[in-house]
Ligand binder design. Structure first.
Ligand code: TRP
Length: 332
């Protein structure tokens, strides 16, 4: 039997942070053992909101290097750049023409992002989920590991595929395979260091709100020193009135590899003055190997280009096949 396939991607819109690692990349690393993983940099998605063209290509490389630094093995997994495979844009167009406009108007993430953009909302932003459907459907993955916030886009992908199969295929011969979402568990949700009720985010204007995977030990120390806490003594999980406390304990728990009960007991009597150095050290230890590997990957001339060229080649075999089948079914 063929190894089941996984596909996922991240937008290269800045440095990757701890939330990207704990919520996504870390899971891909373990999924690599049992799945054929296709992992990409969604640079075509990154241009749906205002961006700096001078930084786009460099951001793509940084994300690729981070994947490898976190433990994605380029021999085992396929790492590629979305924009290097024109099949993504081409299938997106074909899917556009069978997707009802009102399906896109319902997308929660579009509404949220559009609100932030004010007047300057591009057609591309509205179209974003159709491109994402193309990303997914091209590779016929068995599973698509994503965060809770992408669930609606996965459902839309399945709806689009079902519609295309209905209009252009037959029950005996569906054109596209329906992917299953693998919604990663909420325990890995990492919150902002400045507000424990908001997700850690690349787009937060404050650097101090997030921990980048390549932060130096000194910067990690500074960020933890300045992060938001509360005036209470004794640390606890799951108190809705203390979101920062829960988030920081959760980080300590995951990064130190301990059970929740053990951490709860260890920190029950602690004050922040005692906990912060402990968390800082745990972070420094956990991130050191990632940072070292990242520097090594970025310093080796030609290495990343070679990984991405190989990824592109492998991805192209699968993507071209699917695109050809869809085009034939649609009458081209
Ligand atoms: N929209 C995803 C995000 O912001 C990124 C993405 C683009 C993606 N295409 C994808 C994720 C295909 C999974 C599969 O997180």
């Amino acid at each position: 039997m063929a190894t089941p396939r996984i596909l996922s991607g991240i937008q290269p819109t800045g440095n990757l942070h701890l939330g990207n690692y704990l919520g996504a990349i870390r899971n891909w690393v373990s999924l690599q053992q049992d799945y054929d993983c296709f992992l990409f940099m969604a640079d075509l998605h990154a241009i749906t909101v205002p961006y700096d063209p001078k930084q786009l290509a460099e951001n793509v490389r940084k994300v690729a290097a981070t994947y490898i630094a976190c433990g994605i093995d380029p021999e085992r997994s396929t790492i590629f750049v979305q924009s290097q495979l024109s099949a993504h844009s081409e299938l997106a167009w074909l899917l556009n023409c069978i997707t009802p406009l009102n399906w896109l108007e319902r997308m929660i993430q579009f509404k949220e992002k559009a609100l932030k953009q004010g007047e300057n909302v591009s057609v591309g932003l509205q179209n974003y989920p159709v491109l994402q459907a193309a990303d997914i459907l091209l590779y016929e993955p068995d599973l698509v590991p994503v965060g809770e916030d992408q669930k609606q886009h996965l459902e839309l992908t399945r709806d689009i595929a079902t519609r295309l199969n209905f209009q252009f295929g037959s029950e005996a011969q569906p054109v596209l395979k329906l992917p299953e979402p693998l919604i990663l568990k909420a325990g890995a949700r990492v919150m902002s260091l400045s507000d424990g009720s908001k997700k850690m985010s690349k787009s937060d204007p404050s650097e101090l709100s997030r921990i980048d995977l390549t932060d130096s030990p000194e910067l990690l120390q500074k960020k933890i020193k300045k992060c938001k806490t509360d005036p209470e003594r004794g640390l606890e999980f799951d108190n809705p009135a203390r979101p920062e406390c829960h988030n920081l304990l959760n980080l300590y728990m995951i990064l130190s590899g301990q059970e929740k009960t053990a951490v709860a007991a260890e920190c029950a009597e602690m004050g922040w003055g005692q906990f912060k150095p402990l968390l800082t050290e745990t972070l420094q230890t956990a991130l050191r190997p990632i940072r070292d590997k990242y520097d090594q990957v970025m310093a080796e001339p030609g290495y990343l280009d070679q990984v991405l060229a190989q990824g592109r080649e492998r991805a192209d075999v699968v993507a071209s096949e699917t695109l050809g089948r869809v085009k034939a079914a649609m009458g081209f």
